[in-house]
Write a protein that binds this ligand. Structure first.
Ligand code: MGD
Ligand code: MGD
Ligand code: MO
Length: 794
């Protein structure tokens, strides 16, 4: 195989855009892939001949949105992508126009580097050397290894990896692989969403549940929105931006709190408040100090619904000095949490903090909406809970136009039915943060660091299905450590990867399988966050070469294991989709859904649920609807957390300096905080190789002019970003869009190490830490210190 370098990608040195267009449209005439540079420049463009069909569909990626994609199909080839035409826009629905990623799908699906055949590893694991084999050989290898490994180590030695690329669909190979494993003894499950698991774990300590999101149509009259580390202009989050742009036009004021001047700041904000990463709680503490000092809190709301505000509303058995008031006014530690105190920690000017606090508390209702970037930190649980404290003391919980917490899904969201899952006989579960340890030495995975429902693991992980994920060696933190474990072939014995590309993770496969893309499969797209509709993801074209859907080859594996009939219930992929749809119709009987044939005729199902305000009942009628907390009230102070006596999860969420944060002594060696963001040109690492999308945004390091100047770095210089975990080398973007002391790069670039292990791709996870958050046992991809130097040879 070719080495995995940027030059091999189509963006540089490979296909030009013109070659690319020709290569893909030429498919109409000859279904062959033109390799880079082989297209004949004199060849005339292929003219449209056959009738064009415009087929509505959607992708099933984990990209934050489900857009209305219109594929123009001619003679079995997708020749163009457009989107919902203006005359079909339903004014009652969010605009679902395809974004830049959707517009570029053809370059993903018809990419010349796409995997074409099943392949078996020939070199050492990780070298990326493979040879073509038949599907019969491939499925026999899987069945034999499953049998052998299960007999030797037990079903709990089998692991299903993170695989978000197919999570946006009601059906997927990964879901069916779980079914197959469960029908043959089970597998080791993981818990914790690396997306928002820290918020999900922390929020119930305030409200008793994590389901704390309202629908965005309830914000139409909100005068002030504070977006706290939230960048929906790029991350979409179920068409949030659609609502926000409408609100902006109607006069809503937007403030964005983010170390970066994000695209959302650029397009929406009246004010940008940059702060040092991991110091959000200090800003929140000082805001609460101002609000209470100036008597701007909602006393009536607090008296009725809240415990932990002052000494009179504390749970029994807790000594004096632990309430919110006591903390803010320094009764125990002698430190008043003033704006001046917070300015030193956050680098937000005290006067800005004062004004922000006053603006939030005096605009009723106001919505403080946290994205998930701030909680993908080692202090993420505290940051997520901090927002709930601010929302509570200002009476913004349970009221239309307010917002209760960190961004959660809405409570009345629509999902498809699940008629395929079967119970997992293995009860032990690990946090997703434990997987490397479970491959290396399972004895190190304990209830203290993440093991659930067992005291010990019965075996190391010996078999991995990694279907539609790049979490083996790209998206997981601390890659250099991880690959050492994966390279040891005596540890994990068999790794099956299915993908569309030879990704950095795919290089660690023992068996590499070329899956179909969403354009070559049937599915139903489900929305994200606050979206609330279902879309048919129609199959557009037949798979080329020997590509197969994961479900299709899993049937062969099931046959070789003697369980095919039970596994498939005789259904093809499309028949499963029809079955899921029928079960969904039954479950959502109130919605009068069309039957599957009707859905195929009209593939957009807009289910208009009424506006939804989280906790509305609990606030309107608390006697009959107590909060599902131990006290039945909103708990600013959580006695459950108090009993844990863990300094990093205080019972009252407040600022605690983070490891590898701005107050860590490690800053003497590594003075800059590095954060990542999810950019518009890919969904995590999906579509990394798409040449059009590589033109949209280059992988470079944002660095403030002050920090650049101090290091003699100029715009475009190649810089080395390093810490004890690794080295990345990419160009510098010297820009005031990131505050001094912080550097930033986009998440999801492919790891491309050279012979010295220096990554030239710009994969931040060479530098990130695998440290585990204290409460959720979750990820902290965003908390790390680095140094940056100009690269000498440039
Ligand atoms: N275009 C695009 N959209 C996506 C994705 C994608 O890859 N590309 N991925 C999807 C997925 S899987 C997910 S989970 C979501 C993720 O959505 P988010 O987690 O909300 O997205 P991020 O870009 O990681 O973070 C949001 C913002 O937080 C800021 N931030 C980082 N650290 C801090 C901090 O300490 N404090 C504050 N206040 N702000 C901070 C970042 O600068 C960033 O602008 O997005 C989804 N949508
Ligand atoms: N530094 C840093 N790291 C992060 C994050 C961060 O913000 N910063 N974010 C984290 C978050 S929130 C998430 S959700 C994870 C995401 O991490 P992953 O779950 O690994 O998601 P992707 O990186 O999108 O990788 C998906 C892979 O599936 C492939 N694929 C796409 N479509 C198909 C298909 O139809 N079939 C098959 N078989 N394969 C397909 C793609 O080519 C891609 O290689 O990353 C996490 N990692
Ligand atoms: Mo995510």
């Amino acid at each position: 195989m070719k080495p995995l370098t940027q030059k091999d990608g189509p963006g540089e040195g490979g296909l030009t855009r013109r070659d690319f267009l020709r290569a893909t449209s030429a498919l109409a005439a000859a279904p062959l892939f033109v390799q880079a540079g082989t297209a004949n420049a004199d060849e005339p463009e292929v003219q449209p001949q056959a009738a064009e069909k415009i087929v509505p569909t959607c992708s099933t990626f984990d990209c934050g949105g489900k857009c209305d994609i219109r594929a123009h199909v001619r003679e079995g080839v997708v020749t163009r992508i457009s989107t919902c035409p203006d005359n079909e826009v339903d004014p009652a629905m969010p605009l679902m126009r395809a974004c830049v990623r959707g517009r570029g799908y053809r370059q993903f699906v018809y990419h010349p580097d796409r995997l074409k055949y099943p392949m078996k590893r020939v070199g050492k694991r990780g070298e990326g050397q493979f040879e073509r084999i038949s599907w019969d050989e491939a499925t026999t290898l899987i069945a034999d290894n499953l049998r052998r490994i299960t007999a030797k180590y037990g079903p709990a030695s089998r692991f299903m990896h993170t695989d978000t690329a197919v999570s946006g669909g009601a059906f997927s190979g990964d879901k069916m692989a779980r079914r197959l494993l469960n029908m043959t003894g089970g597998y080791l499950e993981s818990y914790h969403s690396v997306s928002m698991g820290n918020t999900a774990a922390a929020t119930p300590y305030t409200y008793g549940t994590a389901a704390s999101g309202s629908s965005l149509d309830t914000l139409s009259d909100t005068k002030l929105v504070i977006l706290w580390g939230h960048n929906p202009n790029e991350t979409i989050f179920g068409h949030t931006n659609h609502y926000f742009q409408q609100m902006k036009r109607n006069g809503t004021r937007f403030i964005v709190v983010d170390p970066r001047y994000s695209d959302t700041v650029a397009s929406l904000a009246d004010q940008w408040v940059p702060l040092l990463p991991t110091t959000d709680n200090a800003l929140m503490d000082a805001m609460m100090f101002v609000i209470i000092s100036e008597n701007l809190h909602d006393s009536a709301f607090i008296a009725r619904h809240v415990i932990g505000f002052d000494e009179n509303t504390m749970p029994e058995g807790v000594p004096a000095g632990e309430s919110l008031m006591a903390y803010l006014f320094g009764e125990k530690d002698g430190v008043k949490k003033t704006p001046e105190w917070a300015e030193r920690i956050t680098h937000v000017p005290a006067q800005t903090i004062r004004q922000l606090a006053r603006d939030y508390a005096t605009t009723r209702p106001a919505a403080l909406i946290q994205g998930w970037g701030p909680q993908r930190h080692i202090c993420g649980e505290r940051t997520a809970r901090g927002s709930t404290l601010l929302a509570t003391i200002t009476g913004n919980v349970g009221v239309k136009g307010g917002w209760a917490a960190g961004y959660g899904g809405i409570g009345n969201r629509l999902f498809c039915a699940d008629p395929y899952s079967v119970p997992n006989p293995v009860t032990a579960k690990i946090s997703i943060m434990n997987w490397v340890q479970a491959c290396d030495d399972a004895a190190k995975v304990t209830p203290d660091n993440g093991l659930k429902d067992a005291e010990t693991l019965s075996s190391n992980i010996k078999f991995i299905f990694n279907l539609a994920g790049n979490y083996l060696a790209n998206q997981n933190p601390d890659i250099n450590q991880t690959v050492k474990v994966l390279e040891d072939e005596s540890k994990v014995e068999f790794i099956v990867v299915s993908d569309l590309f030879l990704t950095p993770s795919a290089r660690y496969a023992d068996l590499l399988l070329p899956e179909t893309s969403f354009m070559e499969r049937w599915n139903i797209g489900e929305t994200w966050g606050t979206g609330n509709y279902l879309l048919l993801s129609q199959k557009l074209v037949e798979p080329e070469f020997e590509r197969r859907s994961d479900y299709d080859w899993l049937r062969d594996v099931a046959r070789k294991l003697g369980i095919e009939a039970r596994f498939s219930e005789g259904r093809s992929e499309k028949e499963w989709i029809a079955h899921i749809w029928e079960k969904t119709r039954e479950a959502l009987a109130d919605h009068d859904l069309p039957d599957f044939a009707g859905l195929c005729r009209n593939p957009h199902v807009y289910l208009k649920s009424p506006p939804y305000v989280a906790f509305e009942e609990n606030i309107r009628d608390p006697d009959n609807h107590p909060f599902p907390t131990p006290s039945g009230k909103i708990e600013l102070f959580s006695k459950r957390l108090w009993e844990m006596q863990h300094p990093e999860i205080p019972a009252l969420s407040h600022y605690v300096p983070a490891q590898e944060g701005p107050q860590d002594t490690l800053r003497a060696k590594y003075p800059l905080q590095l954060i990542t963001w999810k950019g518009k040109n890919r969904a995590n690492s999906t579509q990394y190789a798409n040449p059009w999308l590589q033109e949209v945004q280059r992988q470079q390091l944002w660095i403030n002019p002050q920090d650049a100047q101090a290091r003699g770095i100029q715009q475009g210089d190649s810089v080395r970003i390093y810490n004890d975990r690794g080295v990345v080398q990419i160009p510098a973007e010297v820009t005031p869009r990131v505050m001094p002391g912080v550097v930033a790069m986009q998440a999801g670039a492919w790891w491309q190490p050279d012979a010295d292990g220096v990554d030239n791709g710009g994969c931040p996870n060479v530098l990130t830490s695998a440290r585990i958050t204290p409460l959720a046992k979750g990820n902290a991809h965003q908390t790390l210190l680095v140094e940056v130097t100009k690269h000498a040879s440039v």
